[in-house]
Design a protein around this ligand. Sequence first.
Ligand code: ADP
Ligand code: MG
Ligand code: MG
Length: 883
Amino acid sequence: KKWVYTFGNGAAEGRAGDVAILGGKGANLAEMASLGLPVPPGLTIITDACALYHKNGRDLPDDLKLQVMAGLHGMEIVTGKTFGGSQSPLLISVRSGARASMPGMMDTVLNLGLNDRTVEALGHDAGDARFAWDSYRRFIQMYADVVMGLDHEMFEEILEDEKGRLGHEYDTDMSAVEWQHVVSLYKKLIEDELGEAFPQDCHVQLWGAIGAVFASWTNHRAVTYRHLHNIPGDWGTAVNVQAMVFGNLGSSSATGVAFTRNPSTGEAELYGEFLVNAQGEDVVAGIRTPQSITEAARLASGSDKPSMEKLMPEAFSEFLAICKRLETHYRDMQDLEFTIERGKLWMLQTRSGKRTTRAAMKIAVDMVEEGLISQDEAVCRIEPSSLDQLLHPTIDPGTSRPIIGSGLPASPGAATGEIVFTAEEAVAAEAEGRRVILVRIETSPEDIHGMHAAEGILTTRGGMTSHAAVVARGMGIPCVTGAGSMRVDMRNRVLIGVGCMLKRGDVITIDGSSGRVLKGEVPMTQPELSGDFGKLMEWADKLRRMTVRTNADTPADARAARAFGAEGIGLCRTEHMFFEGDRIHVMREMILAESEKGRRAALDELLPMQRSDFTELFQIMHGLPVTIRLLDPPLHEFLPKTDGEIVEVAAAMGMPQTVFRQRLDALHEFNPMLGHRGCRLAISYPEIAEMQARAIFEAAVAAARITGAPVVPEIMVPLVGLRSELDYVTAVIDGVAEAVAKETGMEIEYLTGTMIELPRAALRAHVIAEAAEFFSFGTNDLTQTTFGISRDDAARFINTYQRKGIIERDPFISLDFDGVGELIRIAAERGRQTRPELKLGICGEHGGDPASIHFCENADLDYVSCSPFRVPIARLAAAQATL
Ligand code: ADP
Ligand code: MG
Ligand code: MG
């Protein structure tokens, strides 16, 4: 079996495409070598060897060892040096390199092959003893740390002591003899700590380092990192063994890192730093202040240290040409590592550079304009969920404000405001023009008006799909939920955070993108939907097949969503309208009425309110489709809960308290989410559906007359399991439509359909489709009913499930393709069998999740619907899903 791939001297056995076997670093070293770029020769041991190493009890097969020795010999020939030789010794680096870049893996060992004998030869060869001893001490420290497991801090202490004793400020001030002394102290430290000597045999060193790379694949840090980033454990890492080049060979030598474009702004300018007379990670380790690579950057920074451009003009211009070449070759911004040895440039690494979303946008658009990539490729270069970064204010990363708690990043964006503890306080504060953060243990539908009024929401309980989280995302308000390390003391009206106790009016900042809570006001960066964003979205829209609608309950939502490019409303939850202002009182009267007559009286009052809401929504949407869902939640959600509220409401309604409480008890349900809700309400109380249908049709007539754009409302019946349920409610709607048409003299076109949110509905879709003109997959409830997991209680154990590997992803955030997805596929297929023109969409939280959107594309749905602030994300994800 071929275990080893060699590279160098203008050729390579591997290619950039061989990432799976060579790892990212090895594949790109091979690619650079075969492009003829100056790459020190080396070899890569393939990733498969990693698993074998662990299976074999931390040993490697003989044929692999032979291939490594052969490769090493090849390096000796190219360099004219000998590994372990007493003359011209070949030194090597041993570098890990997994398929995906993985911090937390083993650190690189440089200068391997040095011992008490070869160090003299190296110094002699280079004519620089200081350099040789500097390299040796670096090697011992790295090897002891990485292979022998001795903390590098102990070595740094020794060095600091020596520098202090000698009165040196920088490492570069040390002389050969002084380094030699440090080496002897290092070797003594190893013997004292481990009772064994530092290995002098170069081959022992080599296999020790290779083994350490493979072993580091399973260390705690690496395993955690893989877990967090969904990297499979069986991928393994490759090992790269490469001839050393030296940036620490005096003032004509240097080492550096660079990006071919600015990774934070995307500006097409070389961006990087280097250090003269330094090696390896010195630049990033902050040993000395690095210098700018370009003269332009030096001028901009005001530094008086010369740039590489000025200091090493030849190496610089070669480097510049290589940057161009690599960028053109890879057709992406590259992140590079290089070393200059006595004026000669060597390339040590290239990879696609990490960048901010803003930079990613600019780079993608620029590269299209430069003819480097196509528009479709540009669309694919942006991670849809990263758009969140652009659509909301973000905390200035440099802030030094103390973090006083953290929770789940439930709704992105950052917000600053005074603490309030109730919805009423929030509304009052907003009226006075003050900005507030609503802080609650958890929120409920009664808090809606307060949530609207707040800049941000913080709860100490609840998960990513808790009420606060869902509503905040819908409103585009930053929200942190489940901040378990904080406590709300409602009795004393204080918020207790890490090391502080805050009262009403104290200012905090929440970051709904990271889940952090900070004390005081924090500087923010405002979103800017600049030209690049617009262009990319335009390209995405050209590609997209599915339409993107929004879930919008209020005119404000609808306006925001249209600004973000929504092409209709996929879900308007009418119940949210009943919490606005005084309406809740009328709603309660309706619910608590003892007779149909009483209910109708209250409904008559609600009718004009709903009608005006719908009229406004239709006007804003200007002829775009609008799906309105009939009343869905169990009725008691609208009723008072605390004793104080009960007394108040009973008094306001002029009901004796005992009677009032009896009515409340009668409405109590053991399991309301599976109780008297959805179409079951419309069947028990058809007059509610009648009122809502009337409000919709009258509004449609009114809006059409105002805007001149025809309105085709889509009326959606929730929680249908039986066709007969849908038939019953549809008949009510049709009856109202006819009546309104007669009264207004205007024929209204409309659709009736249902949400598919029960497994039975999915399975009986062919029958239900006989009565439905559209299906909208209500995947929140469908996930809940398919798993039998209450979404309000899931947060308590889903995390544990994920940690223990029982499930990979939270099915309430990213659609469960296998189970819930299967039901969707079945329903889509059976529904279309009955009615080929059946309109299919999704309106659950998943409608804004890129992976779920991908699924919807494959299931051939017509549209996805998501909260307003996710509309751009959905547009981009839907475009990418077509490729
Ligand atoms: P990481 O994956 O942490 O970036 P690398 O394997 O890239 O680790 O090595 C870290 C640094 O060591 C590189 O930036 C480079 O400067 C230096 N280095 C690695 N191999 C060599 C070599 N053969 N010659 C000179 N420097 C090297
Ligand atoms: Mg590197
Ligand atoms: Mg539902």
